[in-house]
Design a protein around this ligand. Structure first.
Ligand code: UD1
Ligand code: MG
Length: 462
């Protein structure tokens, strides 16, 4: 059975009070619409048709290229005359002999499993509606039944006080045989409280035509919550994050407080991982067995091997190159790891140390106020406080190579390209612009002199 999917995303989102189109607001770091498209892409549809309107250029641009495996089609709806009118615009894209699934661009956490059940319930011949029993169904279209049979959906604004008592609401998700759907869409009228073409009016049409209507219940409220305001967005964000934390705790991850934790991407954890409060994980982060993450760390595209410890306020952003932290390493507090930082086993990186595009061998240490950029640092190197690699000459980047067991004193500048041989010692305050030989002490600073009999100036009397 051929499946096409329509995602409605043309609405304005007035209550967001934002210049950004609603479906581009982010949940867990990704636009709402991206969540929906990600789920839709799992369903094996022929076409994924997104209806855009408000901020269409911006919305289409943001989604373009995110789903290389999927055929994305964008259809514009100008002006926006209601959900029925929205789907009318997509109708020419839909295969007559198939099923159409309709999703909402502002309902980001809809589950592929639930939607799969809905498609199965439609079975190519029935109109299947996803519904939910709500404590407070205000604003929702109500599922009107006679006995068990669904008769119609009545929009909240059009509902009588009796109908408003109904707590079963329409979630905005349906699956319909496409040929029927097209016929019903063509017959929609806008003589209702909002003067809109309601997609939900097709339910009564199906009943009239003798096409069976079935209602499938959503598994939980969270998956069908729509976003209309910043407050609802924040609420759904917390629900999402709580669910991520619960899933990780199921695997044994220990949180100081699961309510103070954010994953905006994918977090993979080994056994005995401990995470303190206020940490943010972005992109793909992998934590090996026994890794401990201190409070207030922000990690993006970073891999951390077994037994490593991040002390509080560490920032690691691998961007495209990634950051890799070796087994047993200790990083932080207040360390900054940038793309291409590759720390070997038992490396120590301390406060206010920045590492970019550099490899550090086993047991190397840079503990205080230092910069390592475009450097290869050997095992057991001790890199002194305040030392930096001058890796950029204003036009090009150059590498610094530091052999094993080198001791770089405090406040040194290593002007790249430059190499320091194994076991060398660089005296504090040196500016090293030529290679330093292995095993020797290199000092490159003015000799200390003392001037005897020198007198400090005194203030002239007027
Ligand atoms: C809709 C349903 C209601 C359901 C509720 C669930 C209708 C008439 N009503 O109401 O039964 O309980 O969703 O959340 O369908 N959109 C367009 N073009 C338009 C209008 C809307 O693309 O012209 C898009 C919006 O961007 C949004 C979705 O359709 O993604 C739903 O529109 P919205 O205005 O939020 O409908 P509701 O009034 O919430
Ligand atoms: Mg809505």
């Amino acid at each position: 059975m051929a499946l096409d999917i329509v995602i409605m995303a043309a609405g304005k989102g007035t209550r967001m009070k934002s210049s950004r189109p609603k479906v581009l607001h982010t949940l867990a770091g990704r636009p709402l619409l991206q969540h929906v498209l990600t789920t839709a892409a799992k369903l094996g549809a022929n076409k994924l048709v997104t209806i855009t309107g408000h901020g269409a250029d911006e919305v289409e641009q943001a989604m373009q290229g995110l789903f290389p495996q999927q055929r994305l089609v964008f259809v514009r709806q100008q002006p926006q005359l209601g959900t029925g009118h929205a789907v009318q615009q997509a109708a020419p894209q839909l295969a007559d002999d198939g099923t159409t699934l309709i999703l909402n661009g502002d309902v980001p956490l809809i589950d592929a499993g639930t939607v799969g059940e809905l498609i199965a319930a439609s079975g190519g011949e029935k109109l299947a509606l996803l519904t939910i029993e709500l404590e407070d169904p205000t604003g929702y279209g109500r599922i009107v039944r006679k006995g068990d049979a669904v008769l119609a959906i009545v929009e909240h604004k059009d509902a009588s006080p009796e109908l408003r008592q109904i707590r079963e609401g329409y979630t905005g998700v349906m699956a319909a045989p496409t040929a029927h759907l097209k016929r019903w869409l063509a017959a929609l009228r806008n003589d209702n409280a909002q003067g809109e073409y309601y997609l939900t009016d097709i339910v009564a049409m199906a009943v009239h035509d003798g096409v069976p209507v079935v209602a499938t219940r959503a598994h939980n409220e969270t998956e069908v919550l729509g976003i209309n305001s910043p407050s609802q967005l924040a609420d759904l964000e917390r629900r999402y994050q709580r669910a991520q934390a619960e899933a990780l705790m199921e695997q044994g991850v220990r949180f100081a407080d699961p309510a103070r934790f954010d994953v905006r991407g994918e977090l993979v954890c080994g056994t005995d991982v401990e995470i303190d409060v206020n940490c943010v994980f972005e992109g793909r982060v992998v934590l090996g067995d026994g890794v401990k993450i201190g409070a207030n760390c922000v990690l993006r595209n970073t891999g951390i091997a077994a037994g490593a410890t991040l002390l509080p306020f560490t920032h690691a952003d691998g961007e495209k190159l990634g950051v890799s932290i070796g087994a047993g390493a200790i990083v932080g507090p207040f360390s900054r790891l940038r793309p291409g930082a590759v720390l070997g086993e038992e490396v120590h990186i301390g406060n206010f140390v920045e590492v970019k595009n550099s490899t550090l061998g086993k047991g190397a240490k840079a503990n205080h106020l230092a910069y390592l950029g475009d450097a290869d640092v050997g095992e057991k190197v001790n890199y002194g406080a305040g030392s930096i690699t001058a890796n950029y000459d204003g036009a090009n980047k150059h590498r610094t190579v530091i052999g094993a067991n080198v001791h770089v004193g405090s406040n040194c500048v290593l002007v790249a390209p430059v190499a320091v041989g194994e076991g060398a010692t660089i005296g504090a305050g040196s500016t090293v612009s030529k290679n330093a030989p292995a095993g020797e002490l290199t000092v490159a600073r003015a000799k200390q002199v003392s001037i005897s009999g020198w007198v400090r100036p005194t203030k002239k009397k007027a």
